[in-house]
Design a protein around this ligand. Structure first.
Ligand code: ZN
Length: 282
């Protein structure tokens, strides 16, 4: 059975880049709709959350259609995938969902508060049957056939002792996601924030929603939830970006220093050849 929300739920907060307050409403919707973003401030323009609508990936994953965009969708998409939601409308009166705590747990808890319900129609998953590999500079992703969805990530920030090298592997279940991945906050470097501010971006970033790194130190260590929070957040981002496949992805995801651009590129490579995957009902 497919899954949607049991009832509508709203939350307001600051947009990470725009800095303005955004009002977000998550609404149940008819089976087969998929995940759709709606810009109420642009006459209700709709953008399906699908990999082929992704344009910009430099500062978060941005989807676009008919001149409307929604940016930084990956944390919300990770929560939606973690909660196993198939059909949902996300209405926003601005260009990004509110960043909330900089994690996926804020959205996941909102979904749990609304509750979910099953509805007619089968869940269709995309099962990888042939390995797909993408390399962009020193970043690499491999999608390998697997009976269960798995994520493994190697991160290397050897230039700062605050992060260093971290690795993490997880089997993607609702429980593992909620406990081990969803709480992991986004992170950023103070010198990059200065640059973003000059570009009028990152205006909603704060020491409560972003782990801030300066040199070899974490500025706000008090908000950290895991010693290896950085690599866990990279898996969170990957889960959110893979949710743009249009259904649960059954594969082993192996990421090395990869990010939103590589995540989108690997989905495009996967769907470029019908021999790479099969659609299965789960
Ligand atoms: Zn992120």
């Amino acid at each position: 059975m497919r899954r949607t929300l049991a009832k509508e739920i709203s939350k307001s907060g600051t947009a990470l880049h725009e800095g303005a307050t955004v009002n977000m409403t998550l609404s149940p919707v008819e089976p087969g709709t998929g995940i759709v973003f709606r810009r109420s401030d642009l006459g209700g323009r709709e953008i399906p959350a699908l990999y082929d609508r992704v344009g910009e990936t430099r500062l978060g994953t941005v989807i676009a259609e008919g001149g409307a965009t929604v940016g930084v969708i990956e944390h919300l998409m990770a929560a939606v995938a973690g909660a196993q939601i198939d059909d949902l409308v996300v209405t926003l009166d601005g260009p990004e969902p509110p960043i909330l705590d900089g994690d996926a747990l804020s959205y996941f808890q909102l979904i749990e508060e609304a509750g979910t319900r099953e509805q007619a129609g089968a869940r269709k998953a995309i099962k990888v049957i042939k390995s797909v590999e993408i390399t962009i500079k020193d970043a690499q992703i491999r999608l390998l056939p697997s009976d269960a969805p798995e994520y493994t990530f190697d991160l290397d920030y050897s230039n700062t002792k605050a992060i260093g090298k971290q690795s993490y592997t997880m089997t993607f279940t609702r429980e593992n996601f909620a406990r081990d991945i969803a709480p992991a906050r986004t992170f950023g470097f103070m010198h990059e924030l200065d640059m973003l501010h000059k570009m009028g971006l990152g205006r909603g970033a704060s020491l409560t929603n972003t782990i801030a790194i300066e040199g070899d130190n974490v500025v706000n260590k008090d908000i950290m939830r895991f010693p290896d929070e950085f690599v866990r957040h990279k898996i969170l981002d990957a889960i959110g970006d893979m949710a743009l496949a249009g259904g649960p992805l059954i594969a082993r995801f192996e990421g090395v220093k990869s990010g939103h651009a590589t995540n989108n590129a690997v989905l495009r490579a996967l769907f470029a050849d019908a021999a790479n995957y099969t659609v299965v009902e789960i």
